[in-house]
Ligand binder design. Structure first.
Ligand SMILES: [Zn+2]
Length: 417
């Protein structure tokens, strides 16, 4: 009799004991898919990067830029017009050559149930992004080459100085002018007034008032199956955006945790930290780009038909240098991002504590859902994590969330007292 009771007894005892840390698990079929998806995406990333270098090298070797520059100089003597006639066709040549990699990326999102966006709509988004890039790049190239002509030895610094306010302006304008070109945004209060009230409670717990006018729902379900939420903008445009797909898949408690995490980014000033880091990286990049460009043009300028650094035709050489540098900086950038994401996780856990019942398990569960839907690989190799992961792996986030308990241990919470 006792032997038959024993399993129940054990079960009862284990329920009384410390809750076991939760782990991120996938059913076998999903696990196989997740691994296949991760491998395909990682291969694509490195292959597309190498291919991108080859494309830029090809553009330099085939002297596409000098030919374009000679034509443009014949058409007009005005530098601003030259920049607008030279930059877009050059970028279009590069991006058209890169299109197969982008197409394959979208194919993977469709195949692995992340996206439901049809090809026509996807290609229209690609086109809009190109047009926007042409406009912004033409202005940037016009300004940069103006600085190069005036200050051949210090242009990397003055160019960087000018880029700082432009970067801030772009971040400011992105949620207001750029994002609505691609997706629909609605004030969260319009569709989920119940959620806004709950979120305000969570925000107040963090000593913060995010006005409802700064909470948005993005109609991601028109294009995506994936889940997401983020903080964007600066100053008057700063806001929290949650994809409707997230709210559909998650309970109110889980959505509140997602909000808590985003609120962490908001409160801890992560947008500004990101801008600061990007500007620092750009300063280093421009300096190294300046050194490389000077050397390369002095050595091979004749062969490549580039008259000097100040020649429009030097642009693809500079682009190649910056592409190599930004690839080399990926691990650094991602480890910085993983750190901020971890901080936001801690903030989220703390800010819903005492508001959402059983908050640690709710948070762990929302990571589990996030991982399942986005087919996150439970065991990315250390190299893949080091180079490519901008968030901590889901398995780590689930474990951390289920174990984080400063209150139970009599310790001070890190952010929300
Ligand atoms: Zn985050």
């Amino acid at each position: 009799m006792l032997s038959r009771c024993l399993p129940f007894l054990l079960l009862a005892v284990s329920a009384l004991a410390e809750p076991q840390p939760q782990t991120y698990t996938l059913p076998p079929e999903k696990l196989a898919k997740a691994i296949e998806y991760a491998r395909a995406r990682n291969r694509l990333h490195f292959a597309a990067t190498a291919y991108g270098f080859a494309v830029l090298a090809g553009v330099v070797g085939l002297k596409i830029a000098p030919r374009l520059r000679s034509r443009v100089e014949k058409w007009t003597r005005r530098r601003a017009f030259q920049a607008f006639l030279f930059t877009p066709p050059l970028l279009l040549a590069v991006d058209a050559a890169m299109l197969p990699a982008a197409v394959y990326g979208h194919h993977l999102s469709l195949k692995f149930d992340q996206s439901i966006q049809g090809w026509e709509s996807w290609f229209w988004d690609w086109t809009k992004a190109e047009l926007l890039t042409f406009l912004i790049s033409a202005i940037a190239v016009w300004l940069l080459y103006g600085v190069i002509r005036r200050s051949p030895r210090r242009w990397w610094f003055y160019g960087w100085l000018a880029s700082v306010p432009l970067t801030i302006l772009l971040v400011f304008a992105a949620p207001v002018l750029i994002d609505p070109l691609f997706d629909r945004f609605e004030p969260l209060s319009a569709r989920r007034p119940d959620l806004v009230a709950a979120i305000e409670k969570v925000a107040a717990r963090g000593g913060l008032s995010i006005p409802p006018s700064r909470m948005f729902e993005m109609r991601a379900s028109e294009k995506w199956k994936a889940l997401n939420a983020y903080v964007t903008g600066v100053g008057a445009s700063k806001r929290v955006v949650v994809w409707d797909t997230t709210m559909r898949r998650m309970t109110t408690g889980q959505t509140l945790f997602v909000f808590g995490h985003e609120m962490g980014h908001y409160v801890l000033g992560h947008v500004w930290l990101g801008i600061g880091a990007a500007c620092a990286a750009l300063l280093i990049g421009l300096y190294l780009g300046y050194r490389f460009l000077r050397l390369a043009v002095a050595r091979w300028g004749g062969r490549w038909d580039i008259r000097g650094v100040e020649d429009w035709a030097s642009l693809p050489v500079l682009m190649l240098a910056l592409a190599v540098l930004s690839f080399a900086a990926e691990p650094l950038e991602n480890s910085f991002s993983r750190r901020l994401e971890h901080e936001a996780d801690i903030y989220g856990l703390e800010v819903i504590h005492g508001i959402v019942p059983d908050s640690a398990r709710v948070a762990a569960r929302s990571f589990q859902i996030l991982g399942e839907v986005s087919l996150s690989d439970p065991h990315p190799g250390p190299f893949v994590e080091f180079w490519l992961y901008d968030h901590p792996p889901v398995s780590e986030r689930v474990r951390f969330a289920s174990e984080y308990d400063p209150w139970g241990k009599g310790e001070e919470p890190k952010y929300v007292r």
